[in-house]
Design a protein around this ligand. Structure first.
Ligand SMILES: Cc1cc2nc3c(=O)[nH]c(=O)nc-3n(C[C@H](O)[C@H](O)[C@H](O)COP(=O)(O)O)c2cc1C
Length: 355
């Protein structure tokens, strides 16, 4: 079986969630014996269809454009048994690069109009490959794929073999969800095997692919402080991660999340401690972290018997954890108060590092 897989994300390998999901699918297809070629559309030149109908009239079946679609992709698409269309969800549907490719497949039909099974259509010049559609989205609600799904079901009709949709895809690269990501990608690879072996994806595999990653309210809260931090610092998401920056919490729950993300379990082996933070100023209240032999649990409110208490204005401490201020210097200047085991304070950076 020959498969051609198009990835229309403009993002580079390793960063693109479409790419991460597609790689797993392709790996599964290859495992099942398929010959697969993956094509990153961002590296190809595909002009928009100009609606001249030259491919229907003067040069039947041949497009007027001279670009990668005419020269390479269209012939490969026609030869394939299955085409995988992988796209990030943009404005609730496929992105423009993939749509441009699909529009440029027009030469595969003839201009005549016929009615087949009650529906107007064009007679085929060539049999198109069967279709698999894969998409990823930022939002976590599975309903966001409804428009794309409606479209591809209409366009590909009986040729549509499978739809693989992953909501909340940006969370796939969050370190705290590494294990969930692994399980999702295993399921996507299994879907690839199933498509090649049986021409469909089982409901159990689909359920594993679409299962929620993490708590949805936390996702929204983290996403919002992340974007707020990018705007505040004037950096793009890529620059943010490259510079190892820390999203600035705006509440006690987001502080608890950021600290938990930054926690380095391997540096806390055999450590048993309770750290409490009591904030004043713009955000008031307490929370504490229970550290137990490489595990961390964050809880709102004061602890019964904390080993260390840090009392600080919320803004000051956020300056410390985002690297805007030097904790040691602020300590000397008594900009925050501590009580209890000061060794824990000294180990703070080692234990939490940069999230
Ligand atoms: C122009 C644009 C439009 C987007 N539209 C949506 C959308 O309608 N719904 C959604 O959930 N995410 C939307 N997103 C987010 C992407 O789908 C999401 O970040 C995805 O993981 C990107 O995949 P990639 O890493 O493969 O490029 C949009 C992103 C961009 C840049």
């Amino acid at each position: 079986m020959k498969v051609i897989a198009f990835n229309s994300s403009p993002r580079a390998e390793g960063v693109s969630k479409t790419g991460i999901m597609l790689d797993a699918l392709v790996e599964g297809m290859r495992r099942a014996g398929a010959e697969v070629e993956t094509i990153a559309l961002r590296k190809k030149k595909i002009n928009n269809c100009i609606g001249c109908y030259t491919c229907w009239t003067r040069t039947p079946g041949v497009c007027v454009h001279k670009d990668d679609m005419t020269g390479e992709l269209f012939p490969k698409w026609l030869e394939a048994d299955i085409a995988v269309y992988a796209t990030p969800l943009y404005f609730y549907t496929m992105n423009a690069s993939l749509k441009a490719l699909i529009e440029r497949t027009l030469p595969f039909v003839q201009p005549f109009i016929t009615r087949v099974a009650g529906r107007l259509s064009h007679p085929l010049r060539h049999n198109p490959p069967k279709a698999v559609v894969l998409s990823v989205a930022g939002f976590t609600d599975p309903l966001i794929f409804d428009q794309l799904s409606g479209y591809v079901n209409f366009v590909f009709r009986n040729g549509l073999v499978a739809e693989i949709y992953r909501p909340g895809a940006e969370m796939l690269t969050w370190p705290e969800y590494a294990r969930t990501k692994e399980s999702i990608l295993e399921a996507v690879a299994l879907a690839g095997c199933e498509i090649v072996q049986s021409g469909k994806v089982s409901p159990e595999t689909m359920e594993r692919i679409t299962r929620p990653v993490g708590d949805l309210d936390s996702f929204t809260a983290m996403a919002n402080i992340f974007w707020q931090s990018c705007i505040r610092e004037g950096v793009t998401p890529e620059e943010f991660w490259e510079r190892n920056m820390v999203p600035r919490p705006d509440s006690i729950p987001t502080f608890m999340m950021v600290m938990s993300r930054g926690f380095k379990p391997e540096r806390a082996e055999k450590l048993n401690a309770v750290m409490q933070f009591t904030f004043s100023g713009g955000v008031e209240g307490s929370c504490h972290f229970l550290i137990d032999d490489g595990k961390i649990e964050a809880k709102e409110g004061a602890a019964a018997a904390p080993d260390l208490i840090v009392e600080s204005s919320f803004d000051t401490w956020m300056d410390v954890i985002t690297g805007k201020a030097d904790g040691q210097q602020l300590f000397m200047e008594q900009k925050f108060k501590t009580s209890g085991d000061l060794m824990l304070l000294l180990r703070m950076q080692e234990l939490f590092g940069r999230p």
